[in-house]
Structures are given as structure tokens and as C-alpha cells.
Design a protein around this ligand. Structure first.
Ligand code: BEZ
Ligand code: FE
Length: 293
């Protein structure tokens, strides 16, 4: 005989039963978050109908993600990255007016204490890779140059590793620098053409992407954080449009407005001024920052 439902958990009422347990929560944001999470997770479980073994696999996977994480390695962020969640959170929090430079993910390899460098300096300290002059302007949305804008740039070396991944192999602060614009908003520095590289794939997130038949490559890019008094800080990358992985970034970071070609320059005099071999490359891109409201 069917028992009367007196509020015990059933497959049918699972969402309402669990949500009602925190109906008196005095933190409305937490209540909202948990309401939605319970709804979506229960809906997913009802659709997937996992076996007990599959559920245990999921628990073991999340446990392994936790064990792989420490002060240096953040496997949960990597999981969020490969699921497109990092880019979605970034998009929601960085809606910009038409014409403004777009944002993308920060990634794990930024250093807060990179050295301030003179405009024009070479950030490549390991003498590897194709030499490139990176230049452009930092402007507001009306096209007015922004003076004293801070340009914090970092990139992987020609072997596809950041200095922090190869301590003792690469010089400290290789391919990093902080530059400040003058009155004209212009910036320029010397670097190397970035190459595509793999996100760290020696953990459970790498196992997951392999099981899904996905690759772990990120298309070649330079990372930037641009900031200036009175303007919203911009965290972004500039990508090589010719990179073979440009349409399949492992972390979904590419946007059409963040592509910038490398032009080959054959100019022996200019090469000599730059202390480059001729021919060399130029990559030119203007950043448009949004005024704080
Ligand atoms: C990066 O571009 O540095 C990066 C971003 C997300 C995950 C791993 C690396
Ligand atoms: Fe990167």
C-alpha cells in the first residue's frame, strides 16, 4: 500500500525536499545559489541516472582534483577552464561597451612582482625564438590616448613554457615586464613570437580531456593586464590568428577581437636599431579601456 507522503525524501520530490531544508537561510545570495545548484544537480542526476559505480568514479575524480591542488597548482581552476566555466564567469563580469577591448581568462602564470621596464626593452632573456616588436596604443573609448597606463605582459618562451614552470632552466622573469605609457598612450617592447603550448595535463583534468578525445593545447598568445587611474582594469590576451589551435583553445579563451597578425619586416636599418636580426616581426594592437562609471 502506498504510504502517505509526510515530507520524507523521494525520487520525485527530491528538489523541493532538499531546498525546503534551507528555506529559512538568512543569507539570500547563498540561498539562491544553493537553490539553483540543487535544482540543476538533481536534474542532471535524474537525466544521467548514474550507477553507484559511476557516482563513486565522480567522487574519486573530484577527490583527485583536490589532491592535485596546492598553493602552486590549482586543478579546480583548470577543471573550470576546460569546462568553459572560467570564460563564462569572465564574460558575465566583463560586459563591455561596443569598441572596448575584450577580456579573457587570467591563467595561472601571472606574477604580481614582474619588473617595471623602460619602454622598448626586450623582455626575452633566454635568446630563443623569433624576434618581434610589439607595439600599439592604449586609448579610451573616444580614441583619446591614456597617459600613465600600466601594461603588465607575460608569455611562454619558445619551448612553450613560462619561466615559473622552468625555475633554474629559464632566467627569472623571462618574458615578463611592466611598462607605462607616456602622453601619447603608445607602448612598444621587444619580445618573441609566442608558440602554442599545452595546459598542465599531468593530473585528473588531463585524464578527463584525453578520455573525452580533446587536446590540451592553447593557441599562441601574449597575456596582458592593462590598468590606468579612472579606468576598468582589463585582463586579456592577444592571439596569433595563424596558430593551428586558434579555433580549438583548450580553455575557450579566444575572441575574434583579440587576434593580431605578425607582419614580417625586411628593414636592415630598423633591425639594427632594435638589435634584431633582419628580417623581424611586428605585432601592432591598440587596447581600448573603459572609463569607470
Ligand atoms: C595560460 O594561458 O597561461 C593558461 C590559461 C588557463 C589554463 C592554463 C594556462
Ligand atoms: Fe598563457
Amino acid at each position: 500500500m502506498k504510504q502517505p507522503n509526510i515530507g520524507f525524501f523521494t525520487e520525485e520530490n527530491s528538489i523541493e525536499t532538499v531546498k525546503s531544508r534551507h528555506k529559512d537561510c538568512d543569507n539570500p545570495r547563498l540561498k539562491k545559489i544553493m537553490d539553483v545548484m540543487i535544482e540543476k544537480i538533481h536534474e542532471a542526476v535524474k537525466e544521467i541516472e548514474p550507477t553507484q559505480d559511476e557516482w563513486m568514479e565522480a567522487i574519486k575524480f573530484l577527490t583527485a582534483v583536490g589532491h592535485k591542488s596546492d598553493d602552486w597548482r590549482q586543478e579546480y581552476i583548470l577543471l573550470s577552464d576546460v569546462m568553459g566555466v572560467s570564460m563564462l564567469v569572465d564574460a558575465i563580469n566583463n560586459r563591455k561597451p561596443e569598441g572596448a577591448s575584450e577580456s579573457t581568462v587570467l591563467g595561472p602564470f601571472h606574477l604580481a612582482d614582474a619588473p617595471e621596464r623602460e619602454m622598448g626593452e626586450n623582455i626575452c632573456l633566454d635568446q630563443k625564438g623569433s624576434q618581434v616588436l610589439v607595439k600599439g596604443r592604449v586609448l579610451d573609448t573616444e580614441g583619446t590616448p591614456i597617459k600613465d597606463a600600466k601594461i603588465d605582459v607575460w608569455q611562454a618562451n619558445d619551448d612553450g613554457f613560462y619561466d615559473v614552470q622552468q625555475k633554474g632552466i629559464q632566467p627569472d622573469f623571462n618574458l615578463r615586464g611592466v611598462f607605462r605609457t607616456g602622453e601619447d598612450g603608445k607602448y612598444w617592447f621587444r619580445a618573441v613570437k609566442p608558440v602554442h603550448y599545452s595546459i598542465p595535463d599531468d593530473g585528473p583534468v588531463g585524464d578527463l580531456t584525453r578520455a573525452l578525445g580533446r587536446h590540451a593545447w592553447r593557441p599562441a598568445h601574449l597575456h596582458y593586464i592593462l590598468s590606468a587611474d579612472g579606468f576598468e582594469t582589463l585582463v586579456t590576451h592577444i592571439f596569433d590568428p595563424k596558430d593551428p589551435y586558434i579555433e580549438s583553445d583548450a580553455v575557450f579563451g579566444v575572441k575574434a577581437s583579440l587576434l593580431c597578425e605578425y607582419q614580417k619586416i625586411n628593414d636592415p636599418e630598423r633591425a639594427e636599431e632594435l638589435n634584431f636580426k633582419n628580417p623581424f616581426l611586428i605585432s601592432e594592437h591598440d587596447f581600448i579601456l573603459v572609463r569607470k562609471s
